[in-house]
Design a protein around this ligand. Structure first.
Ligand code: ADP
Length: 470
């Protein structure tokens, strides 16, 4: 079995969020399970590129509209990630430092997809499945089936995994000429709401669709940023598969970013040392419970509610807790959090930006991880937190409700609440402060959650079943 993953992100090559984590881990564990699994992604100019050895695999020219461009496929030489990794270089479009956020992202990802399909159409064999991730690879199932030049790939099954349906890659119809010559009678497959919608096109054309948790699959039938009816009408080819975590990367006993390693047996002392280190760095009191938020400061994560909620929590519980935020996103939220931290510098600190190393240290140092998300397709942060003995405090939605049991329920080890609002968050902080004072219960919860198996091995089997069904 040979599976080709196509994605905009892959850790540690380039990561902006959970998509990168998944595409960096799933293929590794698929190869361990005997599936030949490869990753193809754009060749951004990130440190991984310069710190690895590469061989040129293929070079050719293709067209995007009237523009003929040259692309180069390079392959990582030593299989250092545990799978074959291919990068696609297109001068002027993909040779940038960041993954997203450029005004020409539509052209960038369209050219990337054209190059990938063009390259695969020249292979002498056909893979078992082409596995597309999110909208950046969403035009690929359509192109494989309905672009005249890629007939060689017409019968190859495709899988779409939806990591996040909020972003769909909308293109006006005036850009339809960017897609290589296609069967115009299939226009309806590209269209949603009078524009070209790559995510919708993939939902229509892919042989199977997966989401990154079972609950998210159900949610998408009701809230999918305009695609609800489409997803509901395709539900027979949809399946929700919960993400795993890479326990080789996310392991408090070996994590190279931590100053002190720990295991279930040494969790209390190990976490306290990591917490002391963070508190010393940032000027917080390590004897108090430490609440952490890590993530994109956007509406999906309910980051807009955080400044008000944390302000109220500080007022309500006075000197009883410390708070630390790591993230970036909406400038208004960044500013509100920064102001809150300046006004309450003894108990709250904010680090604006993306910092992989600090994120690991915070999962290890924190007592509680706050995730009030409005939308959470799977959520990896709560899984990492649990592996590091940090109690997740989550809104009951998507993958959060699939993975966290409230401490008030039998066997529960987390804190759940219903609404992404100040009242629910402040109440949840109060419950957390109470449990922090009950050391026996806290230790029991930590030990319990650290032993939960969220490894990729079991998830790999679910994906294998999907490929076998094609
Ligand atoms: P998303 O919706 O952003 O993909 P996930 O929970 O699926 O959310 O994955 C988030 C991933 O990104 C986690 O690995 C988390 O640690 C990481 N992350 C998010 N923001 C930051 C940041 N500012 N610095 C470092 N890592 C971050």
């Amino acid at each position: 079995m040979e599976v080709v993953h196509i994605s905009a992100e892959c850790y540690p090559v380039a990561k902006a969020g959970g998509l990168g984590d998944v595409v960096g881990a799933l293929p590794k564990y698929q190869n361990k399970a005997g599936i030949t699994s490869k990753v193809v992604m754009p060749m951004y100019r990130t440190p991984f590129l310069y710190n690895s050895d590469w061989v040129v695999d293929y070079k050719a020219k293709a067209y995007m509209g009237g523009w003929e461009f040259e692309y180069t496929i390079i392959k990582e030489a030593h299989n250092k990630l545990g799978f074959d990794l291919y990068l696609v270089d297109i001068a002027g479009l993909l040779d940038r430092q960041k993954i997203y956020g450029y005004s020409d992202d539509t052209a960038r990802f369209t050219a990337f997809q054209i190059a990938v399909v063009h390259w695969m159409s020249h292979w002498s064999h056909r893979p078992t499945a082409v596995h597309c991730h999110d909208y950046h690879a969403g035009l690929i199932p359509f192109m494989m089936q309905h672009c005249y030049d890629y007939n060689h790939l017409k019968s190859v099954p495709t899988v779409l995994t939806i990591h996040n349906a909020q972003y769909q890659g909308w293109m006006p119809w005036s850009q339809s000429m960017l897609i290589p010559k296609w069967d115009l009678s299939k226009k309806g497959l590209l269209d949603w709401d009078n524009c070209i919608n790559p995510l919708a096109a993939a939902i229509k054309c892919a042989s199977k669709i997966t989401t990154v948790s079972p609950s998210y699959m159900q949610e998408l039938m009701h809230h999918a940023n305009g695609l609800e009816t489409l997803i509901a009408s395709e539900k027979n080819k949809c399946v929700g598969i919960l993400n795993g975590i890479d326990h080789e990367v996310w392991n408090p006993a070996t994590d190279c970013y931590l100053i002190e390693h720990f295991s279930v047996k040494t969790v209390t002392a190990g976490k306290q040392q990591n917490k002391q280190n963070i508190c010393d760095q940032f000027g917080l009191d390590a004897t108090k419970p430490l609440f952490v938020f890590i993530g994109r400061l956007v509406g999906e994560k309910a980051a807009d509610v955080l400044p008000g909620a944390l302000h109220k929590a500080i007022q309500t519980y006075r000197e009883k807790a410390s708070y630390m935020i790591l993230g970036s996103g909406d400038p208004a939220v960044e500013a509100a959090l920064t102001n809150l931290a300046m006004a309450n510098s003894n108990c709250i600190k904010v680090s604006i930006g993306y910092n992989e190393s600090l994120s690991h240290q915070l999962y290890a140092a924190a007592d509680f991880l706050l995730m009030p998300s409005r939308v959470e397709p799977c959520g990896l942060n709560q899984l990492y937190a649990m592996r590091y003995g940090t109690v997740p405090m989550v809104r009951s939605t998507g993958g959060l409700q699939d993975t966290v049991i409230d401490m008030g329920d039998t066997g529960g080890y987390g804190i759940r609440f219903t609404h992404a609002n100040e009242t629910d968050i402040v109440h949840a902080v109060g419950r957390a402060i109470d449990v922090f004072e009950n050391k026996t219960h806290l230790l029991w919860m930590r030990e319990r959650m650290m032993q939960i198996n969220h490894s990729w091995e079991q998830t790999v089997q679910s994906y294998t079943n999907v490929y076998k069904s094609l």
